[in-house]
Design a protein around this ligand. Structure first.
Ligand code: CP3
Length: 335
């Protein structure tokens, strides 16, 4: 069994390190490929290049897990919604239409076939001891993009969820179905873990958190458990609601964000394997500051199963040398 999967099973505790967004814009070898591939979606659909990009950080840093190079927005793409990545503006999707959720399973899976092929190629080229992580965006985080409910200042317009053409609950339930298909297809292709990104969970109003975050994540985790698929949730930004989330959703693993105090997490988040936490902004600081901040996490979690990672993705302006420093420090730590 691969390293990460074994830790998530709760059976053993060993060192394991990977980073969210480890394959990406901070790596010169990625930027080189990206500069001659201007259409991001097309790049994600190029199985050979996606696999090559996935393996770039493994070759450079010998990390314990690879995460497939793709995007959470490949799901709306596969449903038929147009997705564009505008330089310095991020993703832009055309207007949502309920007909996207009437797509057949076969067509949806066919549209994503290049992602599954990339997983297959990567698995064949990846050391057996290393995990290959697949991922999805949780329904709420996908809705933020699909319904375009976040304005430039990061505020959400909840009224856009109430549309005469659809009920938001139905949309969420339909999305859960497609997301479970996408998880199963990725696992069948050779991935051994799934991470569920709810990157915008922190924007959900207090009284709606169960409906938009706990319930949809719980349904997906329930599916994973039924299918024996190792899973990690990441409900970013929900502060002390991490405790309720963990009790409600019961994932195998949970990634904490930089706002969560590691000691609090150790005390309050039970029956789950903890992952991450370190602020990715720390990697923009000096070596001493990086080591001091990382020590807090490693020291706190040294006697429980813990997967080293960040509290969000590596920032594009990060120097890969700093990433290397952090990995070396973690590997050599025996305090
Ligand atoms: O290395 C990895 O982690 C695997 C690849 C990966 C990407 N996106 C590639 C990517 C993963 C896991 C994602 C997940 C993703 N995508 C999330 C959840 C994680 C998070 O960071 O919160 C979200 C919200 C998205 C949506 C998305 N995709 C945005 C907002 C953007 C533009 C801004 C940004 O963060 O880069 C993307 C584009 C994207 N996805 C890039 C990469 C490498 C940059 C593309 C480029 O311009 O070169």
């Amino acid at each position: 069994m691969s390293n990460l999967k074994t830790i998530l099973s709760g059976k053993i505790s060993c060192k394991s390190i990977w980073f969210m967004r480890q394959a990406g814009r901070y790596l010169p070898e990625f930027k080189k490929i990206r500069s001659s591939n201007s259409d991001f979606i097309k790049l994600c659909l190029n199985s050979n290049l996606s696999s090559e990009i996935t393996l770039q950080p493994i070759k450079r840093f010998n990390l314990d897990s690879a995460i497939i190079f793709s995007d959470i927005l490949m799901v709306p793409y596969a449903l038929g919604q147009e997705v564009k990545f505008i330089k310095n503006h991020g993703p832009r999707l055309n207007n949502f239409d309920i007909k996207y959720l009437k797509n057949t399973k076969e067509k949806f899976s066919k549209n994503l076939a290049p992602v599954y092929k990339a997983i297959d190629i990567t698995r064949k080229n990846l050391d057996k001891k290393k995990s290959l992580i697949s991922f999805i965006g949780a329904p709420w985080t996908l809705l933020v993009y699909m319904l375009n409910i976040k304005d430039v200042e990061g505020k959400i317009n909840l009224s856009l969820l109430n549309n005469k053409n659809f009920k938001v609950n139905d949309v969420i339930l339909e999305l859960v179905n497609y997301l479970c298909i996408h998880i199963k297809n990725q696992i069948n292709a050779g991935a051994d873990v799934v991470q569920i990104f709810d990157s915008w969970a922190g924007l959900i109003p207090h009284n709606e958190i169960e409906k938009f975050c706990y319930l949809p994540n719980a349904k997906i985790v329930e599916f994973c458990k039924k299918e024996k698929i190792s899973n990690i949730c990441f409900p970013k930004g929900i502060k002390d609601k991490y405790k309720k989330f963990n009790e409600f959703v019961k994932p195998d693993g949970i990634n904490i964000d930089p706002e969560i105090d590691p000691k609090w997490a150790k005390e309050k988040l039970k029956n789950v394997v903890l992952q991450g936490g370190l602020d990715p902004k720390i990697l923009l600081k000096t070596e001493d500051e990086i080591i001091k901040a990382a020590t807090k996490y490693i020291q706190t979690f040294k006697d429980i199963p813990y997967v080293f990672n960040l509290g969000h993705g590596i920032l594009p302006q990060t120097d890969p040398v700093k990433v290397e420093t952090l990995i070396k420090f973690y590997r050599n730590f025996d305090g």
